[in-house]
Design a binder for this molecule. Structure first.
Ligand SMILES: [Zn+2]
Length: 599
């Protein structure tokens, strides 16, 4: 079994999480769930960068103590695990996790032949927490933040990055360290070829307000926050600690032959693809095997402020992923991120787009399909599974059969290439083909007793459609764990051998949210409507099916459903993914220890 270690970056916690953070977490979760289903042993790690200098500054601006401020925001990041149905195995907080500091100290000592002290004067961007060379600035301003860096002169520790240009180049060009997309790989090669200057890896402790990890043997300096933060990928595995924890976790996930994959945004590429591999080489460790770089989200056409303060249109909290998930369901948020964000290029998020995508595809496309199929089997076959088609494979169903057959491989190939949009499109072709097949095959006519009726063909059509729904339940699991579990439940006969009655697998979100302000799904009181679930309402033609399924679901129901969704995830993952930590049950904690490795 391949060991696959998947990490997100650890965001600094100078503000609460925004939708941009959700993108990386959801992408990583899809990979983790997918690899578990493939039989890999998987460790999915996230966390927070508590030690950033900008946390200190933001706490001061908020009039709070650094500890209180950092804890409060870090908790909001930890809570994303439950809110977004993330199968996180471990969540590390760099200021509180007892594994982190000894690991950073050991890492520092292991790099010490490449560390030296010198006086340095340079242009420093606090937003980036890095020095810039004048040539790297855009009109004298930080290319990330658009702010003017300040001139800082101080004595720091430096890392001899210049020594590592050749080995880094070799690792990247041979594919030992894979960087995707290719444009990012070329960007890194360009940085290397442009000459790697040694970089500063400490700050005077007084400038950092005493926050951070003191440099071993030089307590007047604290370890540069990027050096500190990057170490999380191995400190959480027990690096630098004595005893069996390091032997087991570190060897399995980092020192072994498996996959070590980092997901990150384009703004931190240099740190992950140049500094971090050089630090690993200097300390005698293995490199990551893969680095996947995503672009940024904008919101309503505006850049999401790095400080988190600029949530457009909706005021504070408008783009908080946990709030969105509470209102729309985790799967609706996940679906937008996976289905609409391209592999290359920025994407613009609005609540209206999220709602439209979920209603059109999950409620109408998928929900209608599953509901129609289950309802027809209930009505025409009393809920009994139709006999498998055999030679009487439903004619006209070739394209659907092909979509079902190819989906698994297509998803695998797309995810191998970190292309989430292509992966979801491969699954989605089943929905499109199946809905088209229903409309062409017209089972409600085959069910007639008189002319046009054809019981054998009806069996074949229904069997193929139910098979397609089962494939959807399976293939959607990494992407939409809650919805996939409901689809699978609809396709699974009970003890009496009958399928359950049709129930919505995805409830339509309030239509009015499309015109409501961001996160304003509750802007108006939704109209109350009854949910019909009785057998008498089983539809037998497309128009009636539409009438049943297009019911506008009130927000209250969506909200009430959220805990159930978590429970279903747990059940489903428990059945299929013995390695999975059931969503909603993970306990992001500082001292999760290494129990999480035992899978
Ligand atoms: Zn900056």
């Amino acid at each position: 079994m391949t060991a696959t270690y998947i990490t997100t970056t650890i965001p600094y916690v100078n503000a609460r999480p925004h939708i941009g953070h959700a993108l990386e977490l959801v992408q990583a979760d899809v990979l983790a769930r997918y690899h578990r289903r493939c039989g890999d042993t998987v460790r999915f790690q996230a966390g927070t960068d508590d030690n950033a200098l900008k946390n200190v500054l933001a706490a001061g601006a908020a009039g709070l103590g650094v500890r209180e401020f950092v804890d409060r925001n870090a908790e909001a990041f930890g809570a994303l695990g439950g809110a977004l149905s993330l199968s996180v195995d471990d969540f590390i907080r760099t200021s509180r996790d007892p594994r982190h500091r000894p690991g950073v100290e050991a890492f520092w000592r292991a790099c010490s032949p490449d560390l030296y002290r010198r006086q340095y004067t340079g242009l420093y961007c606090t937003g980036c927490e890095q020095f810039y060379r004048p040539a790297e600035l855009r009109d004298g301003r930080c290319p990330e933040h658009g702010t003017e860096p300040e001139q800082v002169s101080e004595e720091n520790w430096f890392f001899r990055l210049s020594r590592y240009a050749a080995p880094l180049r070799e690792a990247i060009t041979t594919g030992r360290l894979r960087i995707e997309p290719a444009a990012r790989r070329n960007e890194v090669l360009g940085l290397i070829d442009g000459g790697l200057a040694d970089f500063s890896v400490s700050r005077p402790a007084d400038r950092a307000g005493g926050w951070g990890i003191p440099v071993p043997g030089d307590p007047g300096q604290v370890v540069y926050v990027w050096f500190d933060a990057l170490c999380n990928y191995v400190t959480a595995l027990g690096y630098g600690q004595d005893g069996p924890a390091r032997d087991e976790a570190y060897r399995r996930w980092w020192a072994g032959p498996g996959n070590r994959v980092h997901l990150l945004g384009k703004g931190v590429l240099r740190f992950h693809a140049v500094y971090w591999p050089a630090m690993l080489l200097a300390s005698g460790q293995q490199l990551p095997t893969g680095i996947f770089v995503h672009d940024y989200l904008t919101a309503g056409g505006r850049k999401i402020s790095k400080s988190g303060a600029g949530s457009p249109a909706g005021g504070p909290g408008a783009l908080e992923p946990a709030a969105l998930a509470a209102e729309c369901g985790a799967d609706a948020v996940r679906w937008w991120l996976l289905r609409e964000v391209p592999r290359v290029g920025d994407a613009d998020f609005t609540v209206a787009r999220l709602v439209a995508r979920a209603d059109d595809e999950l409620a109408n496309g998928l929900g209608n399909l599953v509901n129609r199929v289950v309802a027809m089997i209930g009505r025409y076959r009393d809920g009994q599974l139709p006999p498998a088609p055999g030679h009487h494979a439903a004619s006209g169903g070739d394209r659907l059969a092909a979509a079902c057959r190819q989906a698994g491989d297509a998803v695998g190939a797309a995810l191998e290439n970190f292309d989430f949009r292509q992966a979801t499109a491969a699954v989605w072709s089943i929905v499109d083909e199946a809905n088209g097949f229903v409309n062409r095959a017209r089972p409600w006519e085959l069910a007639r007793t008189g002319p046009g009726g054809d019981s054998r063909r009806l069996d074949a059509v229904l069997a193929q459609l139910l098979g397609a729904c089962s494939v959807l339940g399976r293939e959607l699991t990494p992407f939409l764990p809650g919805t996939a579990a409901r689809v699978t439940a609809q396709c699974t006969p009970g003890a009496d051998g009958r399928l359950p009655g049709p129930r919505p697998v995805f409830r339509r979100l309030a239509q009015r949210a499309r015109s409501a302000p961001a996160a304003g799904l509750d802007a108006e009181e939704p109209q109350q409507e009854q949910q019909h679930e009785g057998a008498d309402d089983r539809p037998d033609d497309p128009d009636q099916v539409e009438a049943v399924n297009a019911e506008r679901v009130v927000l209250d129901e969506v909200l009430q459903e959220t805990p159930d969704e978590g429970a279903e995830n747990a059940q489903h993952d428990g059945a299929e993914d013995p390695d999975g930590v059931p969503a909603g049950q993970e306990q992001p904690s500082d001292s999760a220890g290494d129990e999480a490795d035992d899978n």
